[in-house]
Design a protein around this ligand. Structure first.
Ligand code: PMP
Ligand code: GLU
Length: 398
């Protein structure tokens, strides 16, 4: 018998967002003039006060193994942030700091989901959710939403999807990839439905909290009765332009926090202590450290929306958060150019990569093959040029 990789690995696909940005990087290295709008990563640098806290952490020798769930003062700073920004009262033993929100999510899913358990994912969903559920042996139950409902799951749709086997309902607002933001009233309607299903836990991924163009961010755990049933996942990658520091965290019922701590005690021994200390500075500074970035994102969103709306065949809504636009491109299905026939968002993304030298991500991997994701975390000059190229390439399809 030949050596081989595990069957577990066979249940996992490469992240489509990472795959597309890798492809864009390779083409760039080969001399192609690619504009990359594929990766969800702020193009800003980490704010200075946070960098200074990281440097201080090294100088003060916070370079040993940290406690597995995170330094006490860092978890305390997270509790204070949750109280200040979200009106949620947590104690430090309900917080677990991990190596990115991606790792936090994996911890939670592995802690809750057994083989055959159902996990409800409203589409479109962030690519990694489905693979994480598959890895745990769970069953993905998709709830389809489209542009006509602003890509948001209604309470009625959730009611129809819940069964006695539902273990987890994934919520993500502001949403990747649609940019949609649930209002507090919409969250309340979802909470009303969940109240009748006490066996289901909500995971509320709020990593884009600070990139929200509405007046208010609504935390699902703030809904009456939901705090005992909700794991809030958040992190510093998006709001504070700290993708490379690799810090995420959960706020959860104590039994789930303990389960995640047990897991990561075997997997990572805890998250980088230096990055944790920088995270405490981010928590203390809060949204004001992110205000300039948010203003720039809003300006770019409007620029991209007006450019895309002028392109025939793209149906574009107005996302209220994150830094993505998720046009419905199904009006282009059946059209062709240069040997490319468009039958899905992924086909269009590949066509645009090769023929327009613009990297985006097809909606297929997000559970929405009618759509395509454009990340506008790029300079205005790049965005303007990308729109010009997309417009010309789409016009060539017939
Ligand atoms: N959740 C969502 C919705 C995301 O878009 C991302 C992307 N990075 C993550 C979680 C993970 O973020 P990180 O691991 O960088 O904290
Ligand atoms: N979350 C970002 C994205 O959706 C970064 C890539 C990733 O972590 O998969 O593009």
């Amino acid at each position: 018998m030949q050596p081989r990789t595990s069957q577990l690995l066979g249940r996992l696909s490469e992240s489509a967002t990472i795959a597309m940005s890798r492809k864009a990087r390779e083409l760039k290295a080969a001399g192609r003039d690619i504009i990359s709008l594929s990766l969800g990563e702020p193009d800003f640098d980490t704010p200075d006060p946070i960098k200074a806290a990281g440097i201080r952490a090294i100088e003060e020798n916070h370079t040993h193994y940290p406690p597995v769930p995170g330094f006490a003062d860092v978890r305390e700073a997270i509790c204070q942030k949750l109280q200040r920004d979200n009106g949620l009262t947590y104690s430090a033993d309900q917080i677990v700091v991990s190596t990115g929100a991606k790792h936090s999510l994996m911890n939670v899913i592995l802690s809750l989901v057994d083989a055959g358990d159902e996990v409800i994912l409203p589409t479109p969903y962030w690519v990694s959710y489905a693979d994480m559920v598959n890895l745990a042996g769970g069953q993905v139950v998709e709830v389809q939403t489209g542009i006509a409902q602003d890509f948001k799951m209604t309470a009625e749709q959730l009611r129809g999807a819940l069964t006695e086997n539902t273990r987890v309902v994934m919520l993500n607002s502001p949403n990747n990839p649609s940019g949609s933001v649930y209002t507090s009233e919409e969250m309340a309607a979802i909470a009303d439905v969940l109240r009748a299903h006490p066996h289901a836990i909500a995971i509320s991924d709020e990593i884009y909290e600070y990139i929200n163009f509405t007046a208010q961010h609504a935390s699902f755990a703030a809904q009456p009765g939901m705090m005992e049933r909700t794991v809030t996942v958040n992190g510093v990658s998006k709001g504070f332009a700290m993708t490379g520091w690799r810090i995420g965290y959960i706020a959860a019922p104590q039994w789930i926090a303990a389960a995640c701590t047990k897991l990561q005690g075997q997997f990572t021994s805890g998250a980088s202590g230096i990055s944790q200390k920088a995270t405490a500075a981010a928590m203390n500074g809060g949204g004001s450290l992110a205000a300039d970035m948010k203003a720039a994102f809003l300006q770019r969103r409007d620029l991209v929306i007006s450019g895309l709306k002028a392109i025939d065949g793209l149906d574009v809504n107005t996302p209220q958060g994150a830094f993505y636009i998720f046009p419905d491109v199904s009006a282009l299905f059946g059209k062709s150019c240069n040997g490319h026939t468009i039958s899905s968002g992924q086909d269009l993304a590949m066509y645009l990569l090769e023929e327009a030298e613009v990297a985006t991500v097809g909606g297929d991997a997000f559970g929405s093959p009618n759509c395509m994701r454009i990340s506008y975390a790029a300079s205005e000059t790049q965005l303007q040029e990308a729109i010009r190229r997309i417009s010309a390439a789409v016009a060539r399809l017939s």
